[in-house]
Design a protein around this ligand. Structure first.
Ligand code: SAM
Length: 250
């Protein structure tokens, strides 16, 4: 059926492509992608051959409206180099324009590094805030963290190996008591999860300079952890009471 299909692709391990994603990529009329070489490799691995067009949100408005217009007759898949389109990746303007033009939009969900990192970290996940990439300038980075200091949630950032040291230093300065997790090379051969206080992680990564792709997570302020433990205790108490009352009823 014509329209736009937002298709998530793997973040490392190619086995993470979904059956539905393969089906949509095989049957669509064409694929809008960030980099035709990267997507070309994935298609080759899947044994799929489809026309590809480069797309990013900075593409000329004219090109975008032509692409949107074509979706009245054609099924177009949108993919990014890895993971879920739009999550620190292009696609937002395209989806927005499709909505405005009444073009059907379908999502084919799958891998997303932020969610994979959160799951692996073991940090509280009842509330989280995705902060994208921290600013690259020292002052802006510090200010961004200060602004988030009061948020009662786990903070998730995308990062790069060369920048990790600076990010950790800024966290050590602004949020020194928070538990931090570094999720590296998720789903790949050298997947690694390191957790600790910022100072300890700085020392570790100075001794072992990181390589590859990184999700950086900062646990919530300590009180909310305490509240979560309270909630667990309440649940356990409630279950005990249920057992006792069941036993009494028998
Ligand atoms: N849209 C993608 C998603 O859904 O995860 C993210 C794209 S963003 C341009 C790239 C960043 O995602 C990397 O710098 C890194 O922070 C994170 N990332 C992507 N793949 C990863 C992996 N396998 N392990 C850890 N982080 C990853």
């Amino acid at each position: 059926t014509p329209g736009l299909y937002i298709v998530a692709t793997p973040i490392g391990n190619l086995g993470d492509i979904t059956l539905r994603a393969v089906d949509v990529l095989r049957r669509c009329d064409g694929i809008a992608c960030e980099d035709t070489r990267v997507t070309g490799k994935l298609l080759k691995h899947l044994g799929i051959s489809r026309p590809m067009w480069r797309y990013d949100d900075h593409s000329e408005h004219r090109d975008r409206s032509r692409l949107v217009d074509s979706m009245r007759q054609r099924a177009v898949a949108l993919v990014s180099d890895a993971g879920t389109p739009m999550i620190s990746d292009p696609g937002y303007r395209l989806v927005n324009d499709c909505r405005a033009e009444g073009i059907p939009v379908t999502v084919v969900p799958g891998a997303c590094a932020a969610i994979a990192g959160l799951a692996l970290s073991g940090l509280p996940n009842d509330r989280f805030l995705f902060g994208g990439f921290l600013p690259s300038k020292d002052k802006a980075r510090r200010e961004a963290l200060e602004e988030l200091a009061g948020v009662d949630a786990t903070l998730i950032f995308y990062d790069t190996a060369p920048r990790l040291g600076k990010s950790l230093a800024a966290i050590a300065e602004t949020l020194p008591d928070r538990e931090v997790a570094v999720a590296r090379e998720l789903t790949k051969l050298h997947e690694e999860l390191r957790r600790g206080l910022p100072a300890g992680l700085i020392a570790y990564f100075e001794a072992n300079p990181p390589k590859g792709e990184i999700v950086l997570l900062v646990g919530p302020p300590p009180e909310s952890v305490a509240r979560e433990e309270d909630a667990d205790a309440m649940l356990i108490d409630a279950l005990r009471t249920m057992k006792v009352s069941q036993a009494a009823a028998q």
